[in-house]
Design a protein around this ligand. Sequence first.
Ligand code: ZN
Length: 294
Amino acid sequence: MRIGQYRTTDAQTPWAGVATDDGVVDLAEAGAAAGIHVPDRTSNLLADWEWRRKADLAVEYAESTGVGVRDPADLDRAAPVDDPQKVVCVGLNYRDHAEEGDNEIPDEPVLFSKFPTSVVGPDDAVRWDPDYTEKVDYEAELVAVIGERARRVDPDEALDHVAGFTVGNDVSARDLQHGDGQWVRGKSLDTFAPTGPELVTTDEIDDPHDLDIFAEINGERLQESSTENLIFGVDELISFCSRAFTLEPGDLVFTGTPPGVGVYREPPVLLGDGDSVTIGVEGVGELTNSFETE
Ligand code: ZN
């Protein structure tokens, strides 16, 4: 199942819909017509008891009756989860990336965070003030979306707490990130966490540790790897995080980026007004955002 969030007007709170061959199924509307209460926002949906069964029933009802099916052309896409409580990220988590920079393979994940206010969706632009940062960079990432509260879970149970995966761009202001001595400001500017286009549920992904991943800047491929190069897999990351803090439904875990980010290229590739970045993860989707100075 591919769960996105949509809106028909700019002012509307995004609502969860499932992308199907017929169109986008408005889960709350189709559910209500079928006599099932389905929360209208992804974060609330994932926190709901038996959410997957309810969503399946709503989609079945919509497909047989046409109720709640919307034409995607009439909709704007929002982030699949636009209101996570936490956005957790991990540094240096690809073997090939570590080797490229002559870094040692870390013994434990190094965590940092982006503030939830940085999250935007597949139709949104990444915007920044060029007087505030001059070094805006991209990072292609597989993002795990938490489905069930996780506290002190073992790696072998951790994936049971994941609802699915989406594509993320861990946009980074390198001058702020490296100038501050810690990363939260450079990683958390508004709009610096594009995610989407949809949350793809775990049953559709055979092995999250065997997916091709890439970044293209204005059509040129500058990052290309596979999640088989992850040093700490999704299961280990979730387990590691959950020993420190509770992961809640809708929380996003960015799993790190492969080699080829702009700041370490010769010459460096930094993003400017009018650039377009596409991040792709095999089986999960492609996320394209425009980059604009303001
Ligand atoms: Zn990153």
